[in-house]
Structures are given as C-alpha cells and as structure tokens.
Design a protein around this ligand. Structure first.
Ligand SMILES: CC(C)(COP(=O)(O)OP(=O)(O)OC[C@H]1O[C@@H](n2cnc3c(N)ncnc32)[C@H](O)[C@@H]1OP(=O)(O)O)[C@@H](O)C(=O)NCCC(=O)NCCS
Length: 432
C-alpha cells in the first residue's frame, strides 16, 4: 500500500487542531518549484543552516519527488508562502533480525520556526505522521534525532545505538588477520557504481539499517557527489578488492593537518563499509597504519565493532556511545511477525501505548526455525511493555532486563531476552 503515500490526504485531526490557531497544514506540491523552495528554505533555517543557493535547492527537488513533504503555513506571517513548520517522510526498508526487511515510515526534516515554537505544532506534525503511517499500513515509524529529549513522548525509543571512536594510532600494533586482498585509491565516479552494491549487501543482514537508492543524495553525499557539498574536495576514497579482484568494501576519509607538527595529522574516517571480515581488516589496517597520522576519529560506527580485538592495545581506542535509530511500533502483530527469533517459545505481551495506536495483548509463538505467528489474545500477559520498550526490543539490541530496571518492561524479562536478543547488534549506517 506504500505507493499511495503521495496521494494520501493530510491528516484531518492535526489539520483541524492547527486550524484552531489560524494555521494551515498541507502537503507540499513538489512539482511547484517555488513551493518546494519555500519549504526547503524553512528546513535549512530550522536546522540552523545557511540559506542554500537556488540551483542547489532546485537540484534537491529532483530527489524528493517520491517523498511526502508537509508544511504548516501562517497566512499572517510576513512571508506567508514560507512554512513555519515542516516534515519530510518516505517509506524505507528497515532490516530486522533474521535478515528480514519491513517497509517503515521514515520521518525527517522536523522543524518548527523559532517564531512559532512551543505551541504544539511539532506534536501535531508528529502525531499526523504516525496516523499517516497507520493509514498506509506501515507497521513502524522511525527517525534519527538531533535532540534525544523530544520523541519518547510519541512512543519512539532508541533501537540501534552507535559509537564514535578516537584511536591513538601510535599506540596501535595490528594483531588481527592478515588481509589477503588489496586497497586501491578510487575516484568518486568509480565508487558511485561499485560501492552501493556493497552497501546493499551489508544492509540486507544488518538489523537497524535502512535502505536508500544508488541515485539518492544519501549515497552520493557519502562519496563526495552530494548536492552542494563544500567538503567533497577533501575526501579520499579507497576500495578493497579480495584476492580474486572482487570489490568487498570501501572507506571514505579526510586528513586534517596539525600546523605545528606535520607528523601529527588526524584522519577523519567518514565511512568504512566491509562485506567480508577480510575487507574489514584490510580497510582498518590501511587507515590505522597511515604515515604522518597520529589520531583516527570515526563517527557512526557499530556497537559490536571488532576493531579493538584486532590491535594489541585495547585502550588505544576511546569509545563514546550514543543513541542513533529511534523506532516507534504502530502495528504490533506485523512488526513482531517481520523478524525471526533466537529461541522458540510462546510469550504473551501486553503493550501499553498512551497514544492508543499499538495498545493490546498479543500472543507471540515462535517455532523451532525462529519463525513467528502473532495473534491478539485475551490470555494473561507474561510481560507488559511500553510501546517505546517494544521498539527497542524489536531490533534485538537492548535487553529486557535493562528495560525492566528502567521500568518500561515488567514480567518475564528472561524469556524475552532468550527470544528477542539479536546475535548481530543493530546498527544504522546513515543519518536521515
Ligand atoms: C524541536 C522542535 C521541533 C519542537 O517544536 P515545537 O513546536 O516547539 O514543539 P511542541 O510545542 O509541539 O512540543 C511538543 C512536546 O515536545 C516538548 N519539546 C519541544 N521541544 C523540546 C526540546 N527541545 N526538548 C525537550 N522537549 C521538547 C514540548 O515540551 C512538548 O511536550 P508535551 O507535548 O509533552 O507537553 C523545534 O523546537 C525545532 O524545530 N527545533 C530545531 C530543529 C530540531 O531540533 N528538530 C528536531 C529534529 S530531530
């Protein structure tokens, strides 16, 4: 049903609520360049960015033709054509444990103008998007956040964490496997065609990862071909080919000079994607052993990164952990059916949802192959979870015991952990 996301009318409940404030909630017509430009300018301002040149905004318009852009308009504003609040949504493939994917509602571009903040506009917008996703039959909404204090009240919860690494390379001696392939410097144009299939191979098995097209700005900006990317000229790109010459990974990095000491460069690793453990070792070793570099920083890395086990000084790597992908379950039965489980068994879950979208009691039966059947039930629950906790549990990266301690799960946490924990830590490799 997701093909209808462009035709679906605006959510009537939020439209009426905002109309009481004299505000007009509507879908942006992306075929109208001026309307799109006004919306895009509002997003840039909302995220405290500079105004974009007209040709960049126009180039971006081509990338949002299949997305649902929403604006809130104030007819009394000095520039009434420019929305005072925005959202940007589209259906995207989310990988769940068991290498299953489920189409989910990606929510992005949430901004409210400083002139209109704290009067319930963001709430109206987010609730509208949740109901829109329900209307489209999508079982999950998801987002990445600039502030982690906003979205829990709407039922979202961190489901995939990420790490930022700082490596003192002078303390590092490689003790991991000897790579058998070869690193090549490549051009952005070469990587544009060869890198995306590798991204797709990794995404297919990585819970928490979200798909994007080879023609999308999500991909192009990673390799320096994004729209209006002033930093593109600083990027260096390498590809890792296995012993047979097949591309199995790539890395994108930039070097930052220490003006006082030329042997003290910092290497900022923007992306390292490896489809095999050999490519992983080959690319990390290349990065860590670069001459004239004393520090490697890497943002947005998986929680279960093997790197520290491949060098002789565990403490050469400083780790910061942050929330990254936030998930909001909308359809419990479909969400639970869309993944596989680590252990067979039956658990009856009561889900509490203050917004009423996902509340109910559900029996989850898992067979010996890890496949699930789910049915609404009147049976007594084995465990009660908030809808937030369910989102975290669904991807398998957060333990029910932890959430029990936090008060969002009660009941048989041990059984939930046996069934829900994923052998692969969930990870989202991009921002959206
Ligand atoms: C964050 C932002 C979208 C909030 O918009 P808003 O219209 O002022 O929010 P609302 O008035 O609808 O508030 C909704 C709820 O969120 C809370 N809230 C709003 N901003 C918050 C913040 N920055 N931190 C914590 N809570 C916040 C409100 O207290 C309110 O709570 P309640 O409904 O439970 O009482 C807006 O300030 C903004 O555009 N900021 C800059 C861009 C940004 O950070 N976007 C988020 C991207 S992930």
């Amino acid at each position: 049903m997701t093909s209808s996301h462009l035709d679906l009318p605006i959510d009537e409940t939020s439209r009426a609520r905002l109309a009481e404030q004299g505000l007009d909630l509507r879908v942006v017509d992306t075929s109208d360049a001026a309307e799109h430009t006004a919306w895009s300018d509002a997003v840039n301002r909302g995220f405290l960015g500079p105004a974009a040149p007209a040709e960049q905004t126009e180039a971006r318009r081509a990338h949002v033709q299949h997305d649902r852009l929403v604006g809130v308009y104030d007819p009394t504003a000095a520039v009434p054509a420019e929305p005072v609040a925005t959202t940007h949504c589209w259906p995207a493939e989310l990988t769940l444990p068991g290498a299953r994917t489920v189409t989910s509602w990606a929510i992005s571009g949430v901004t409210v103008s400083q002139t209109h903040r704290r009067r319930g506009i963001a709430r109206a917008l987010i609730e509208a998007e949740l109901r829109t996703a329900v209307s489209l039959g999508l079982p999950i909404a998801m987002l990445t956040v600039s502030e982690s204090t906003i979205y829990a009240r709407f039922g979202f919860s961190p489901a995939a964490l990420a790490r930022n690494l700082t490596v003192s390379t002078r303390r590092v001696r490689w003790t991991g496997p000897e790579p058998t392939g070869r690193v090549h410097h490549v051009t952005p144009e070469q990587l544009r065609d060869q890198g995306h299939p590798i991204v797709e191979r990794v995404r297919a098995t990585l819970p928490g990862d979200v798909g994007y097209a080879a023609t999308s700005n999500f991909w192009l900006r990673q390799i320096g071909l994004g729209i209006g990317d002033d930093n593109a000229k600083n990027l260096r790109l390498v590809r890792y080919d296995d012993i047979a010459g097949t591309p199995q990974g790539f890395a994108v990095y930039q070097l930052v000079e220490d003006e006082a000491d030329f042997s003290n460069h910092t290497l900022k690793l923007h992306t390292l994607v490896a489809a095999t453990t050999d490519a992983y070792a080959g690319l990390w070793r290349f990065v860590l052993e670069m001459d004239l570099v004393a520090t490697v920083t890497a943002h947005l890395r998986p929680v279960d990164e093997p790197l520290r086990w491949m060098i002789d000084d565990f403490r050469a790597v400083h780790v910061d952990e942050v929330d990254h992908l936030w998930v909001r379950v909308l359809d419990v039965a479909t969400s639970l059916r869309s993944r596989t489980y680590a252990a067979p068994g039956r658990v009856v879950l009561r889900v509490d949802d203050p917004l009423g979208l996902a509340a109910g009691t559900f029996a989850l039966d898992v067979d010996a192959a890890g496949q699930a059947t789910v049915a609404v039930t009147d049976d007594a629950p084995d465990a009660t979870v908030t809808v937030n906790a369910l989102g975290s549990l669904l991807l398998g990266g957060v333990s029910a015991r932890t959430l029990t301690a936090a008060g969002s799960v009660s009941g048989d946490a041990e059984r939930l952990d046996e069934m829900f924990r994923s052998p692969v830590e969930p990870f989202l490799s991009t921002w959206f």
